[in-house]
Design a protein around this ligand. Structure first.
Ligand SMILES: Cc1ncc(C[n+]2csc(CCOP(=O)(O)OP(=O)(O)O)c2C)c(N)n1
Ligand SMILES: [Mg+2]
Length: 395
């Protein structure tokens, strides 16, 4: 599926985006023309890997760039809002890892299911959600993705088959296998993506999920986002074997450059076809998070500043696509125009979220099956109330 967002199309219609590009030798092509790009070869376990040549087009790259740039700006805005104490509690940012979700999405339709960990803001965007929904949820406002009742770790969008946002490390892995079971049971031509980190990859529940998924040939793609740290613990300190793509034993696996959106797209197209025909596969995405584990972690006590800046300079996933677009002759001014429009969208989402209302007190009891007896609720202002029990969603 080509990624091309509504605002890119608007820019295009307004004549801000070029319909054709010409290189230094004045060879011109349409922005929908296909061309090939070489990516790093894939490493494989118990499977013949696909080749490392990826077909793409300017249109697709522009869509990918816009989505990744939006993810980046949104996470930077979230960092600022957190420091201004407008966002509280847990908050795990995704900047650095944008190519993983963007590349996955390029190989899927919204009929495929996605489930992930607490690092979930950008998945909500890629599944078709808005910056405003994420920002308002982060600020605990009723316009948020989960009506302000979940916060950072609980984005959710049932219509787009996005099953969230899970705060318990690894919990989403068996749930992902369950989603695949449902898809197979309903005879749908779709896969489930279960995303987890290198830390979660050592958990027992992952191996139980792999066993069931392998036994029943479930169409599930286990995506290990290896950002090389679980909180402040480096992978080598926690894992006897950190070749996570081989850790499924009887389940095949691929290792992919997760900082290259085209490598991710190509590998995921392959994985989807494989999973539909044969069953589970593990994809290890080699990636990196720029921020600390969460907002309470400065992120520089267990790794060097040098490591972070080298990664930014040499492997940044957003910059990689921008450079590729420019190398293909795409107009720098068109990129600037798009960036400006994304920044505006993020700024507006921040302002609207600040101004939005908090959920009414009684919403807290909405998803509770039994009326809480004489239970006090502490409000945002620090007072105590006993809201009415109304599970009917009437308001
Ligand atoms: C069952 C459980 N144990 C511990 C925690 C605390 N915890 C939250 S995130 C995390 C590290 C996970 O690292 P990784 O799987 O690599 O994911 P990343 O944060 O790097 O995306 C830990 C230990 C938790 N939320 N749940
Ligand atoms: Mg990790």
């Amino acid at each position: 599926m080509a990624l091309r967002s509504a605002s890119t199309q608007l820019l295009g219609r307004a004549g801000l985006l070029p319909a054709a590009v010409c290189n230094a030798f004045h060879r011109c092509m349409s922005t929908s023309d296909k061309f090939s790009v070489e990516v790093l070869p894939f490493k494989a376990h118990r499977i013949e890997p696909p080749n490392n040549v990826v077909e793409t087009s300017i249109d697709e790259l522009v869509g990918m760039y816009e989505l990744m740039y939006k993810m980046r700006r949104m996470e930077i805005a979230a960092d600022m809002m957190y420091k201004a104490k407008l966002i509280r509690g847990f908050c795990h940012l995704y900047d650095g890892q944008e190519a993983v979700m963007t590349g996955i999405e390029a190989a899927l339709t919204k009929e495929d299911a996605v489930i992930t960990s607490y690092r979930d803001h950008c998945q909500h965007l890629s599944r078709g959600g808005t910056v405003k929904e994420v920002m308002a949820e982060l600020m605990g406002k009723r316009d948020g993705a989960s009506k302000g009742l979940g916060g950072s770790m609980h984005m959710y969008n049932r219509q787009a088959n996005f099953y969230g946002g899970n705060g318990i490390v690894g919990a989403q892995i068996p749930l992902g296998a369950g989603l695949a079971f449902a898809l197979k049971y309903q005879k749908k031509p779709n896969v489930a993506i279960a995303m987890y980190g290198d830390g979660a990859a050592n958990q027992g529940q992952k191996y139980e999920a792999l066993n069931m998924a392998g036994l029943w040939n479930l169409p599930v793609i286990f995506v290990c986002e290896n950002n090389h740290y679980g909180m402040g613990t480096a992978e080598w300190r926690a894992a006897k074997s950190s070749t996570f793509y081989t850790r499924g034993d009887y389940i095949p696996g691929l290792k992919v450059d997760g900082m290259d959106v085209l490598a991710v797209k190509k590998s995921m197209e392959f994985a989807k076809a494989y999973a539909l025909e044969h069953g589970p596969i593990i994809m290890e995405m080699d990636t990196y998070r720029y921020h600390g584990h969460s907002m309470s972690d400065p992120g520089s006590t267990y790794r060097t500043r040098d490591e972070i800046s080298t990664m930014r300079q040499e492997r940044d996933p957003v910059e990689r696509v921008r450079k590729l677009l420019l190398a293909k002759g795409y107009d720098a001014a068109a990129i600037k125009a798009m960036e400006k429009s994304v920044k505006k969208e993020v700024d507006t989402a921040v302002e609207e979220s600040k101004a939005a209302a908090i959920p009414p007190n009684e919403w807290l009891w909405r998803n509770v099956y039994v009326a809480p007896a004489n239970m006090d609720m502490r409000t945002v202002e620090g007072t105590y109330v006993q809201p009415t029990y109304d599970p009917t969603y009437s308001s």
